[in-house]
Ligand binder design. Structure first.
Ligand code: PGA
Length: 262
């Protein structure tokens, strides 16, 4: 795992956008896996800025959404569909037919989830998956106890997630209890994963995910098995990490590897 500790939220977003730009420069038809929540908002802002400056073009880029609340129409302000449209898609030149998402009201849930997995495969897999993390270590809506090899399916939100997400709704009662989410196995097949966390309330989840044992009780801990994962945290979210000094040294000095080959 590459753990990147930055001073503040703005810097982690800047770094995530820089990585996405770098990957797009290598592959113009990049396939992005996108997450919602408060954390990725800054990344989308930076990406829009890059697009406005003419540094990144989305004509060939495809995106897959990580999850969706079950029961919400796509024009519901808290749906994944609405969030992505407002916070990214309407500001960039992505083609509508390159936007893939889980539907809040599919006619056949199982068939919809199966077809979604097939669509990801048909596109050659996800190149870069953006993730946030729940205070309980969830990724997507894969709550603690989710199978570490799960595929896209229905999940039931735990009480803690319902309470955490109530801030986006008028009341806690309005938060849907069910959702569709890419499975942990699905996420793990992405070629690169960028997980972002900001703020003190994420420090325990980050510590357990990065330095604790791999366990379904902390779904993000499975990322320890991924060959190309970047954990981007600000000082507060990384405050419990015991190897903070080491992670910082590695990040600062990574170009020095070349010096040993001279
Ligand atoms: P947040 O959500 O970015 O709004 O904190 C993260 C998550 O629940 O995955």
């Amino acid at each position: 795992m590459e753990v990147i500790i930055k001073s503040n939220y703005d810097e982690i977003c800047q770094e995530a956008a820089r990585i996405i730009l770098e990957e797009w420069q290598k592959k113009r038809n990049l396939v992005l896996g996108l997450a919602t929540g408060a954390t990725p908002l800054g990344v989308y802002e930076k990406i829009i800025e890059l697009h406005q400056k003419g540094e990144i073009d989305f004509r060939e880029v495809a995106t897959f959404s990580l999850d969706e609340y079950l029961g919400l129409e796509e024009d519901h302000p808290q749906s994944f569909a609405f969030y992505m449209e407002e916070n990214l898609f309407k500001h960039i030149n992505i083609r509508k037919d390159n936007i893939f998402r889980l539907e809040g009201r599919p006619t056949d849930i199982e068939a919809h989830c199966r077809e979604y997995e097939e669509k990801i495969k048909k596109r050659g897999g996800i190149d870069v998956q953006i993730l946030g993390i729940g205070r309980n270590g969830h990724i997507g809506f894969n709550e603690p106890g989710s199978s570490l090899s799960s595929r896209t399916r229905v999940k039931t939100l735990v009480e803690e997630t319902v309470k955490d997400n109530a801030r986006f709704f008028k009341s806690e009662e309005e938060v849907p209890r069910f959702c569709l989410t890419m499975g942990i196995g699905t996420v793990m097949e992405a070629k690169m994963i960028i997980l972002l966390a900001s703020g003190k309330n994420k420090n325990d989840a980050i510590f357990k995910s990065v330095e604790g044992p791999v366990t379904a009780s902390i779904p993000a801990s499975v990322l320890q098995h991924h060959p190309r994962v970047k954990i981007l945290v600000d000082e507060e979210a990384g405050s419990l990490l015991s190897r903070r000094g080491y992670y910082k040294w590695v990040f600062k000095n990574k170009d020095r590897v070349k010096d040993y080959l001279k």
